[in-house]
Design a binder for this molecule. Structure first.
Ligand SMILES: [Zn+2]
Length: 111
């Protein structure tokens, strides 16, 4: 007997994003733009955020991205831009952390 494969965390997050995008009325093409950016920039998670007008937290609508930097001394990289086109150049390629004695060029840590 075979069991269906449990969906990966990545697949679950994509499904979840799709459901949320309909509920939160994301603009047309926003989901696809997130998928495209994630495919072109592995490791980055891209999300669309509606305008936040809460006092002290004002932020225009736009695309938000984060990258979990495993190994590096910085815990997470974040980027935000009003459009997917403007976000793309901010999604830098993150090299593997360099544990050698000379230190890591990316995060400057020497451990
Ligand atoms: Zn590093």
């Amino acid at each position: 007997m075979t069991y269906p494969k449990w969906p990966s965390e990545f697949e679950l997050r994509r499904k979840n994003r799709h459901v949320l995008s309909e509920r939160l009325h994301w603009p047309a093409g926003a989901v696809q733009a997130c998928v495209d950016l994630e495919e072109r920039h592995p490791g980055w998670r891209v999300w669309w955020l509606g305008e936040n007008s809460s006092p002290g937290w004002e932020l225009p609508a736009g695309f938000s991205a984060s990258y979990e930097t495993r190994g590096h001394a910085t815990t997470e990289l974040k980027a935000f831009a009003p459009t997917a086109e403007e976000l793309e150049p901010l999604l830098v390629e993150v090299p593997e952390h360099d544990y050698s004695k000379r230190g890591c060029d990316f995060c400057r840590a020497r451990y």
